[in-house]
Design a protein around this ligand. Structure first.
Ligand code: FE2
Length: 191
C-alpha cells in the first residue's frame, strides 16, 4: 500500500501526517496549527475504539485542515482542497483522503458552495465510527487546541463567521449530525 513517500517510511504514517501538517500550517496559520495539534491529541485518545482505522484516524486528524494552507486553497471548501492535495500531490491512500474530504459534515458546506456533486464523486463518504470519531475530535477542540464542548464549539464558529455566512449556516445545518457523531463516540465510554 502506498501511503507516504518511501523516504519518510521510517517515521511511520502518523509521523508523515504530522510533519506534512506542520509544514503546511505551522508558520502561515499558527492558530490553525494549534487547533490541529489538539484534534490530533483527541484522536489519539479515542483511536482504540476504531480498530483497524486507528492510525488512519490520527492521520486524518493531523491532516483534516490542511486545505486552509495558503498554497492549497482552490475551491474555498477546505475539506475538498485538502483531500485533493493528499490524493494528487501526496498520493495518500484513498480512505484517508475520503475521511478528510468529509470531516465534520463537509458535504453540507459543499452543497451550499455548489460543490456537492464533485465532492461525492471524487471522494465517496466513509461510513461508520471512524468518520464519527474524526468529526467528534474536530468538534470538541477549540480553535486554540483546547478541549471544548460541542455546543461551545458550534457557538464559536457561528460567532466567528457571523449569522448568514455560508460557513456559519452550514455548521448550523450540520449540528444534528455532529451531535449524533459525538453521541456515537461517547457510547464507547470515551470523550
Ligand atoms: Fe478542524
Amino acid at each position: 500500500m502506498i501511503f507516504q513517500p518511501a523516504s519518510l517510511a521510517h517515521v511511520g504514517r502518523v509521523g508523515w501526517a504530522r510533519e506534512l501538517a506542520r509544514r503546511l500550517l505551522a508558520e502561515p496559520l499558527p492558530r490553525r496549527w494549534s487547533h490541529t495539534r489538539g484534534v490530533a491529541a483527541r484522536a489519539v485518545s479515542v483511536a482504540h475504539i476504531v480498530g483497524g482505522d486507528a492510525d488512519r484516524l490520527v492521520c486524518a486528524a493531523w491532516l483534516h485542515d490542511i486545505g486552509y494552507a495558503p498554497g492549497l486553497v482552490a475551491t474555498g471548501l477546505h475539506a475538498l482542497d485538502g483531500a485533493r492535495y493528499l490524493r494528487d500531490v501526496e498520493k495518500a491512500e484513498e480512505r484517508l483522503c475520503r475521511l478528510v474530504a468529509h470531516h465534520s459534515y463537509a458535504a453540507i458546506e459543499a452543497r451550499r458552495r455548489g460543490l456537492a456533486a464533485e465532492l461525492v464523486a471524487e471522494f465517496p463518504p466513509v461510513d461508520g465510527l471512524v468518520a464519527d470519531a474524526l468529526t467528534y475530535c474536530d468538534m470538541t477542540t477549540s480553535p486554540d487546541g483546547a478541549p471544548v464542548a460541542v455546543a461551545d464549539r458550534l457557538a464559536e464558529v457561528i460567532t466567528r463567521y457571523g449569522d448568514g455566512d455560508l460557513v456559519a449556516e452550514s455548521i448550523k445545518e450540520a449540528r444534528a449530525g455532529i451531535e449524533r457523531s459525538a453521541a456515537a463516540v461517547r457510547a464507547w465510554g470515551v470523550g
